[in-house]
Design a binder for this molecule. Structure first.
Ligand SMILES: NC(=O)c1ccc[n+]([C@@H]2O[C@H](COP(=O)([O-])OP(=O)(O)OC[C@H]3O[C@@H](n4cnc5c(N)ncnc54)[C@H](OP(=O)(O)O)[C@@H]3O)[C@@H](O)[C@H]2O)c1
Length: 250
């Protein structure tokens, strides 16, 4: 199926590894020119080489800590000058952040910034551009709603999902789509430390109908569809890729 992505441009945050890297590679394989950002320049450079080796459009890589208050403005301006225009924004950077029930403020401040405020601010920096072009698609990586322990990242992602829903209602008339992509448990550095040894497999066998954690490619496949013109009537949604792990039907 042609996704009609050839010649488009995309800004992907958290593109140095994990799900964001897989999305950046898949977009490039579809003929998209990617602006890939994250903190680790070596990893971004290896992404650059991998995309070129796979015959993809040479990406632009940009190392930037998204926690810096001026990061959204810097990233938006660097991406616009490197790409000329932006068709697709993937707000993917994020980090699991467990917290104690009566613990300190620091993890809350960090995670609410990384997983909610910065993607909101980066999006807001680009909204005038999307509105002027009367097009654009925004995809936000969110998180499960079903945790039984405190994780600030999931709280921030719930805010991100609500904001995205409201934004989709405001921006539809400009031809701008806003969606969320919710992973279950995808095998990345982000979650591996929480499942040492064969804990992950044991967990998957009882909690995930498909019996295993997802792969980053499972996320990338859904992401490229959602940001493609094939998904032109899809906005304001949260798409779930979780092997059936979510318990609620709605
Ligand atoms: N894997 C899962 O099962 C799962 C579950 C729920 C939600 N998610 C969400 O899915 C998204 C991708 O997660 P992942 O599993 O692929 O994680 P990952 O493998 O740890 O990758 C995280 C990405 O975010 C970037 N990042 C983290 N902190 C950053 C910062 N301060 N500034 C700039 N970039 C930063 C990292 O880049 P650098 O290291 O180069 O800075 C990396 O590229 C995240 O939003 C995460 O919350 C994943």
């Amino acid at each position: 199926m042609d996704l009609y992505l050839k010649g488009k441009t995309a800004l992907v945050t958290g593109a140095s590894k994990g799900i964001g890297r897989a999305i950046a590679k898949e977009l490039a394989a579809e003929g998209v020119k990617v602006f890939a950002t994250g903190r680790n320049l070596d990893s971004l450079n290896s992404l650059y080489s991998e995309i070129i080796a796979n015959g993809g459009h040479a990406p632009v890589v940009f190392a930037q800590d998204l926690l810096a208050p001026d990061a959204p403005a810097k990233i938006a301006s660097a991406a616009l000058s490197a790409l000329g225009h932006i068709d697709i924004l993937v707000n993917n950077a994020g980090q699991s952040q467990p917290a104690d029930v009566a613990g300190p403020e620091e993890p809350w401040n960090i995670s609410m910034a990384l997983d909610f405020e910065r993607p909101r601010q980066l999006t807001q920096a680009l909204i005038p551009h999307f509105m002027a072009r009367k097009q654009g698609t925004i995809l936000n990586l969110t998180s499960t709603y079903e945790l039984r322990s405190l994780n600030v990242s999931a709280v921030a992602k719930a805010a991100l999902a609500m904001w995205a829903k409201q934004l989709s209602a405001e921006l539809g008339k400009y031809g701008i789509r806003v969606n969320c992509l919710q992973p279950g448990l995808i095998d990345t550095d982000n979650i591996r430390p929480y499942f040492p040894g064969n804990e992950g497999q044991k967990y998957a066998e009882t909690e995930i109908p498909l019996q295993h954690f997802g792969e980053v490619q499972d996320m990338a496949d859904m992401a490229v569809f959602l940001v493609s013109p094939r998904a032109k009537y899809i906005t304001g949604t949260v798409s779930i890729v979780d092997g059936g792990g979510r318990r609620s039907a709605f």
